[in-house]
Design a protein. Sequence first.
Length: 459
Amino acid sequence: MNWKNIYFIGIGGIGMSALARYYLHAGCRVSGYDRTPGKITRALEEEGASVHYTEDTDCIPRDREHTLVIYTPAVPEDMKELAYVKENGYTLIKRSRALGEIAMHQTCLAVAGTHGKTTVSTLLAHIYTASGVGCSAFLGGISKNYRSNLLLSKNPVLVAEADEFDRSFLQLYPDAAVITSMDADHLDIYHDHQTLRSAFSQFASQIKPSGNLIMKKGLPLDTGRVKAKIYTYSFREEADFYAGGIELQEGGYFKFDLHYPDGILENCTVGIPGWVNVENAVAASAVAILQGIDKEKIREALATFAGVERRFDIHINTPQIAYIDDYAHHPREIASAISSIRNIFPDRKLCGIFQPHLYTRTRDFAEDFAESLGKLDELILLDIYPARELPIPGVSSRLIFDRVALKEKVLISKEELLDYLKNKETDILVTLGAGDIDRLVGPIEELLEIRISTRINKK
């Protein structure tokens, strides 16, 4: 059916906003609700969407026969607008189904994993776009090359970030797929690690028999039902696709040779620093090579990749002060981010600001968070960002704080952070988390820029 109105409940989410942009380009009237205004919702309004920030059923289009309502599973079941559309017979689907229906009519290249999927999918989309082949893409972050989380092309190839939350990725039946990682996460949905792994196995089994599965070497993935051809990739360990001849360059960049089944693509570099991005580049390049993209074009695209906002995003890099922002919200992601920072800035003092995301994740992984955060020199821990959850008795950031084996650590509220930083000398500062800590990135950067300017003027 050709819908005239698309209404989003949770329009400001990264996945939801990409869909909103897609339907705006398709000529639909797009509107929706989000809890708080932000950079994404402001951009959507500038692009033609109508967005409101207080629950109001009067804002929902009354023409229900020609209105499709899309909602995010992050919205509570008792949310007033969600209840209204259910009671009044609107066509209502989850974000994942909307993406699945769009992907059904194109060559779908999906990237899944508990971490790494946003960078890999954005890099794959960049390879297709920079090579001149072109693709459409629904991304889980804002591409710094294209300043958007949506790319559109007449070429019927779709790069999709395949999200495991709420089993969303099971709406996809891709022609090729990457699986980057399967760490325990979203246990509020899956309850245990084995159930999560089973969902990844189900996703892998949905790849078309003529397609390819590219999985990180060593993943405990049950491939018994996979009909697609299976390949492995790795950072530097020998696999079907891996990096060899790795040389660390100034600033944390790497030069490497990309090994693939039929040869070697020499002298590759990635346009963003960090060893983890070499691994991401291997995964994205593997898909591109298997899909027939010219290898010289792949090498050129890797070098011009500018990264993704909030993914190892270096805002300031001076000999006196550096500031990095990263979306890491899982213990394994935090450990990888810290490792990459240490690689780029050896022998410097690293202070991390972490905002835990979700009560359940804090409860389930308090020990693991403490271990990862203990790799910092200093920790500033904020209160939990609850997102879709209600408080759980006895669960707070103190569960992590008390377990972190650091002498230099402090537990403060988000509202206290900027004042705390004003009186604190920092060398390397990193913000970590998937909540609303991103609202503080600009003010922190401004504060540090003023500090740098003051030091220069004093000289």
